[in-house]
Ligand binder design. Structure first.
Ligand code: NDP
Ligand code: MG
Length: 390
C-alpha cells in the first residue's frame, strides 16, 4: 500500500489522481492533501479519503478548512512551508506534485531531500533547474517519475532497458526521443493570432486541463517546457528531442534506440493512466481508462511544428541551448505573460514578445546555477516580465 501526498488536490491533475486512488484502494491511499484556497473541496476530499494531514497555501482558507474539518486531520502551516512539510512527511511514500508553476520548486526539493518517489506533474521546476533536481535525487536516493503524458510515455519506454556494458549509463542507448504535441487550440486556426481571446485559447481540442497549461498548449510553450523537462530527465541534448505534431494524442511519445528500433507508448488521451503509473511505479495496477481502439481511432497524423507561427517553441529551444539560468527566465516570464493574457492585459501574440524581451535582458553568470541562484533568477525575471507587460 502506497501512501500518497497530493500537492494541488483540487486541480485537474489532483482530482484525476483521487479518481484513480478511489478505484484502487488495495494499492493506494491518501496521506495528505493541499491546495491554494479551495477549502470547500479539500474538506470534502479529506473526509472521503480519510486524509491524515492537510495544507492550504492561503491562510484564510486554512482557517476555513479547520472549521469545516472540525478536528479531523493535522493542519500544516500556510504558504510554501506547509507544502514542504507535506512533501517531506515521514509517513508519505509518493508525493504527487500537481500545483501550477514555480511555487512547486521548494516542495519538490523537500520531497527529493526526504528520498521520496515523486510523481511529477508540475513540470515548471524541472524547466527551471531540472539537471540540478536530477543530481539531488541521485544524492538522496529519491525517484522522479514523470506524470505528464509525454515524459511518462518516454519513461515507460525506457523501463527495463538493459544496461549497455560499454556505456557509462544505460540511457546512452537512447538515440533520440519523439515528443508529440496535439498542436493546442490554434493548430487549425488560420486567422490572425493577435486577435484571439483568452476564451478561445482556453479551448483545448483533446485534453481538459487547468488554465495555465491550456494557454501554454495554445502557444506551444508547453511543448518547449516538455522538451527541456525531457532533456533534464533523461540526460539528452537538444538535438535528440524531435517535436512532432500529432493531433489525435494517441501516440503519447516514443524513443528511438541505437539500433534504430522505435518504441512508443500509446493509449486514449486520458491523464488518469500516467497519473496512476506515477503513483503505482514500479508496479502497474489494473486499467481505469477506456481501452485503446485503433480501428475506431482510424488515422493517426504526424506533421512538423510551425516555428514561425508559434515563436514560444523557438524561445524554448534557445533557452535549452543557452542553459544555465536561461530556462528559469523562460519559465518565469511565461508565467507572468500567461497570467497577463488571461487577465486581458496583453494580446496572445504579446506572450512570446514579453518572454523574448525578458530573455534578452538576462546576463547569465555561467555554469549550472545552484538552487538559491535559480530562485533569485526566477524573482528577477518575474519583475522584468511584469515591466514588459505594462
Ligand atoms: P489546475 O489549475 O487545474 O490546478 C492547480 C492546483 O494547484 C489546484 O489544486 C490549486 O489549488 C493548486 N495551487 C495553485 N497554486 C497553489 C499554491 N500557491 N499553493 C498550493 N496549491 C496551489 O492545474 P493542472 O492540474 O492542470 O496542472 C497542474 C500541474 O500539472 C501544472 O504544472 C501543469 O503544467 C501540469 N500538467 C497538467 C496536465 C493536465 O492534464 N492538467 C498535464 C500535464 C502536466 P486551488 O484549487 O485552491 O487554486
Ligand atoms: Mg504533456
Amino acid at each position: 500500500m502506497k501512501r500518497v501526498a497530493i500537492l494541488g488536490s483540487t486541480g485537474s491533475i489532483g482530482v484525476n489522481a483521487l479518481n484513480v486512488i478511489r478505484e484502487m484502494p488495495d494499492l493506494l491511499s491518501v496521506f495528505g492533501l493541499s491546495a491554494h484556497s479551495n477549502s470547500a473541496l479539500v474538506a470534502e476530499q479529506a473526509r472521503e479519503f480519510n486524509a491524515s494531514a492537510v495544507a492550504m497555501f492561503d491562510a484564510k482558507a486554512g482557517a476555513d478548512l479547520k472549521t469545516r474539518l472540525n478536528g479531523r486531520a493535522k493542519h500544516l502551516a500556510p504558504g510554501v512551508e506547509g507544502l514542504c512539510d507535506l512533501a517531506s512527511h515521514p509517513d508519505v511514500d509518493v508525493v504527487l506534485t500537481s500545483v501550477v508553476g514555480g511555487v512547486g520548486f521548494a516542495p519538490l526539493l523537500a520531497a527529493i531531500r526526504a528520498g521520496k518517489i515523486v510523481a511529477l506533474a508540475n513540470k515548471e521546476p524541472m524547466v527551471m533547474a531540472g539537471a540540478q533536481f536530477m543530481l539531488e535525487a541521485e544524492r538522496w536516493n529519491a525517484k522522479i517519475v514523470p506524470v505528464d503524458s509525454e515524459p511518462s510515455a518516454i519513461f515507460q519506454c525506457v523501463q527495463g532497458l538493459n544496461p549497455d556494458p560499454r556505456a557509462a549509463a544505460p540511457l546512452k542507448t537512447i538515440k533520440r526521443v519523439i515528443l508529440t504535441a496535439s498542436g493546442g487550440a490554434f493548430a487549425k486556426y488560420t486567422g490572425d493570432l493577435a486577435d484571439v481571446t483568452p476564451a478561445m485559447a482556453l479551448k483545448h481540442p483533446t485534453w481538459k486541463m487547468g488554465r495555465k497549461i491550456t494557454v501554454d498548449c495554445a502557444t506551444l510553450m508547453n511543448k518547449g517546457f516538455e522538451m527541456i523537462e525531457i532533456m533534464n530527465l533523461f540526460g539528452l541534448r537538444r538535438d535528440q528531442v524531435e517535436i512532432v505534431i500529432h493531433p489525435q494524442s494517441i501516440f503519447h511519445s516514443g524513443v528511438e534506440f541505437s539500433d534504430g528500433s522505435v518504441l512508443a507508448q500509446m493509449g486514449v488521451p486520458d491523464m488518469k493512466l500516467p497519473i496512476q503509473y506515477g503513483m503505482t511505479y514500479p508496479e502497474r495496477g489494473h486499467r481505469v481508462i477506456e481501452p485503446l481502439d485503433l480501428i475506431k481511432a482510424g488515422t493517426l497524423e504526424f506533421r512538423a511544428p510551425d516555428f514561425s507561427r508559434f515563436p514560444c517553441l523557438a524561445l524554448a529551444r534557445e533557452a535549452a541551448l543557452k542553459g544555465g539560468g536561461m530556462p528559469a527566465v523562460l519559465n518565469a516570464a511565461d508565467e507572468i505573460a500567461v497570467e497577463a493574457f488571461i487577465a486581458g492585459k496583453i494580446k496572445f501574440t504579446d506572450i512570446p514578445r514579453v518572454i523574448e524581451k525578458t530573455m534578452a535582458a538576462y546576463s547569465p553568470s555561467g555554469g549550472l546555477p545552484g538552487f538559491q541562484e535559480v530562485v533569485e533568477v526566477d524573482a528577477w525575471a518575474r519583475a522584468k516580465a511584469e515591466e514588459h507587460c505594462k
